[in-house]
Each structure stands twice: as structure tokens, then as C-alpha cells.
Design a protein around this ligand. Structure first.
Ligand code: PLP
Length: 389
């Protein structure tokens, strides 16, 4: 198959839920992808913050190969070792919580929402932030504070109230006798990389303690080293009651996880929640391989350093107005059409992403080097200077 065939296949055989360029990728290695015609691309999208160790990292390949030759699936009617080992590892690396495994970020958030409802014993309102993104299932798009995501899908799931991000007053004003939790991303990803302030999160922790609310961090995008800490909450020095993970957790294989503090997690009992594929041994083995690399202070320090370097280099580009983010989760507002910049960069062999018409997002593999960043910046500079001229 060639790249030019892709669109016709999609038109005839796929639900057309994505708008994408006519490029068919056939191979990946580290931070590079190759299309069916042999053209190479420097990848600063990283499978949308998923390919934490780049494409086809040898440790991930070894884990997949070795697990898939012994056991691929059993269902959750039985135990498998990789699932148990991964749950133990996540508990040790986080706040000693217990994990429910699923297959995606939306499912991890669904689990958190269900757990919050059990916690509430009748209280059921969850406060979420305007500009947030929590997924595309009915409950998680209802939790998402963006009308464009919800459009056409009414009636929404009830029980969500939207507060201003980074406004403690907005949170406190919204709390009433029905409120059971506050759920938010430490750094909002899909609306353009907006970071929560430390004082805000400390204040939310206090509010949750005062009113007996669960503090749920959606770390689907921010987690697994993306922000230069294994979990973004560790940067802030507070502990949420629940975190949700997906994206980078298994380096490209589907997985989702909801980790809750012990007393809270125990509200789930046999029959209250389930997932056929959740905690699949191949995905869990891949995840253990990812964590064996990412969960090391030296690696995380490198992520912080390369993130600083990418931000510094982006600031050199005249039409880039604002550069922000943590670690390798970076946003830049530009003077110009971000979607066009993305398309032109793609032509020149650089993959970046534009979550909104004026914002560029950079979520490259965490192993990206400074030389690769220099290469990306020189393509970006060229594209942006042509656009602005
Ligand atoms: N939560 C956050 C913060 C996300 O960024 C995303 C996806 O972009 C999701 C949830 C949904 O994850 P998934 O697409 O795996 O369902």
C-alpha cells in the first residue's frame, strides 16, 4: 500500500473521525518515522505523548516479544504476573495506592468517576475545569469543560460543574452539599498546554480536605515522565487521592490505569467495575519495561533539561509569542495559522501538532536529543518565516 491509497481506504472503510494528511507510516525508530515511500520524519508528536521511549525501543520490543510468546490474554477471571507486578510497581512509585487497569485514558477517567460516585454515597457532583479534556466517552466528554467536544451529544451525563482553571475562588464558590470530587489536569493538554499554579493546587488540596472531596488528577498526558517528574503531582509537592494514567504508560501499547489511595480504592468490590482487556499481560510487560527506564531520577532530569532547551530555542522564533509548559509537554502561541505551520512542517519532514488554531504543541519522545531539537527548530524557523513574510 502507498500513502496515496490511504485516503480512499479511509473514505470507504473507516469512520472518518480524524482529519489527517495522506501519509502512511510503515516504520519507526527512536524519534523518526518513515512513510511508505521511504521519506523520513522527525517526530515531535510522539504518538500524541504516547511513545515515551520513542519508536520501537529495544526494551519495549523485548518485553512484548517475550510476553507474547508465552501468554497474550486470559481475561480478568484469572491472575497474570505482569499485571500484579505492574500494580505493585505503580503503588511503590506513587502514593501507595491500588490500581484498576483498563485500556485508555477515557476509561481510566470513567473508573475515577465511578469510584467518586461510590465515595459520595449520594453526593455526586464532580467539579472539572473549563478548557479541560478528559476523554470522548459520554461521561468523560461530559466531564470535559469544552463545548466543542460535547456538541451534538446531548443529553450529557449529569453531575459535572465547570470551574475556572487556576481560580481557587471559582472552586470554593462551586462546592455545595452535592459535591464529591474535583478532577483536573495538572497541565491542560488538549486546550493548549496551560499549567496549574502551585498555590492553586495546594488550595484545592485544602478544600478537598475541608469538605471531604476526592482530589482526582487526570495525569493521562502529564504522567510517566512527560513533565520531568514521574507524575506531575510530584512537582507540586501535594498528593491527590486518585490519579489516572494512559498514553505513555506502555510506550505505545494500549493501557489505562486508575490509581486510588487504599481506603478509597477499596470501594470497588467484585462486580462494581471491570474491563475484559484491562491489565493485559503484553501491555503490562511493555509498561514495566517503560518504567524501568523512565522511573529514574537521571532520566527525569534529562527530560527537564531537554524541555528547558526546547523552550529556549522556541523563544528565538520571532512570531512565537508565548512558550510554556513543563518538561517535554510544551505549548507555543504563534502569530499566524498554527494548522498551516503544522502542514508545512510535515511537508518538510517535521511532525508537530496544533491543538488550537494559534497554538503549537510539542510532546516528543522523552529521549529526544538536543541535536534533534536543533533540527526541528531550523525547519520550524524556515516555515514560520515564510508564513509571516
Ligand atoms: N485525559 C487527558 C488529559 C488526555 O489528554 C486524553 C487524551 O488526549 C484523555 C484523557 C483521553 O485519553 P484516550 O484518548 O486514551 O481515551
Amino acid at each position: 500500500m502507498k500513502s496515496k491509497d490511504a485516503y480512499n481506504y479511509e473514505r470507504d472503510f473507516l469512520c472518518q473521525t480524524y482529519s489527517r494528511p495522506p501519509i502512511l507510516f510503515v516504520k519507526g525508530e527512536d524519534c523518526r518515522l518513515w512513510d511508505a515511500e521511504g521519506k523520513s520524519y522527525l517526530d515531535l508528536v510522539g504518538g500524541l505523548a504516547v511513545c515515551s521511549l520513542g519508536h520501537c525501543h529495544h526494551k519495549v520490543i523485548e518485553a512484548i516479544k517475550s510476553q507474547s510468546t508465552s501468554l497474550i490474554h486470559t481475561s480478568n477471571l484469572y491472575y497474570t504476573e505482569p499485571q500484579l507486578e505492574l500494580a505493585k510497581k505503580l503503588s511503590e512509585l506513587s502514593f501507595g495506592g491500588k490500581t484498576f487497569f483498563c485500556n485508555s485514558g477515557a476509561e481510566a477517567n470513567e473508573a475515577a468517576i465511578k469510584l467518586a460516585r461510590l465515595y459520595g454515597k449520594g453526593r455526586h457532583t464532580i467539579l472539572t475545569a473549563k478548557g479541560s479534556f478528559h476523554g470522548r466517552t459520554l461521561a468523560t466528554l461530559s466531564a470535559t469543560g469544552q463545548e466543542k467536544i460535547q456538541k451534538g451529544f446531548s443529553p450529557l451525563v449529569s453531575g459535572f460543574k465547570y470551574i475556572e482553571f487556576n481560580s481557587l475562588k471559582s472552586a470554593e464558590d462551586a462546592i455545595d452539599e452535592d459535591t464529591v470530587a474535583i478532577m483536573l489536569e495538572p497541565v491542560q493538554g488538549e486546550s493548549g498546554i496551560w499549567q496549574a499554579e502551585r498555590e492553586y493546587l495546594l488550595g484545592l488540596r485544602d478544600l478537598c480536605d475541608k469538605y471531604d472531596l476526592l482530589l482526582i488528577f487526570d495525569e493521562v498526558q502529564t504522567g510517566i515522565g512527560r513533565c520531568g517528574y514521574l507524575f506531575a503531582y510530584q512537582f507540586y509537592g501535594i498528593e491527590p487521592d486518585v490519579i489516572t494514567l494512559a498514553k505513555g504508560l506502555a510506550g505505545g501499547l494500549p493501557i489505562g490505569a486508575m490509581i486510588a489511595k487504599k481506603g478509597v480504592a477499596d470501594l470497588f468490590t467484585p462486580g462494581s467495575h471491570a474491563s475484559t482487556f484491562g491489565g493485559n499481560p503484553v501491555s503490562c510487560s511493555a509498561s514495566l519495561a517503560v518504567l524501568s527506564v523512565v522511573a529514574n531520577e537521571g532520566f527525569l532530569q534529562d527530560v527537564r533539561d531537554t524541555g528547558d532547551y526546547l523552550r529556549k530555542r522556541l523563544k528565538e522564533i520571532p512570531s512565537v509569542k508565548d512558550v510554556r509548559g513543563m518538561g517535554l509537554m510544551i505549548g507555543a502561541t504563534i502569530d499566524g495559522d498554527a494548522k498551516k505551520v503544522v502542514a508545512d512542517c510535515c511537508q518538510k519532514g517535521l511532525l508537530i501538532n496544533a491543538p488550537t488554531p494559534q497554538i503549537l504543541r510539542f510532546v516528543p519522545p522523552l529521549i529526544i536529543t538536543k541535536e534533534e531539537i536543533d533540527e526541528a527548530i531550523s525547519i520550524l524557523k524556515e516555515v514560520v518565516s515564510i508564513q509571516v513574510a
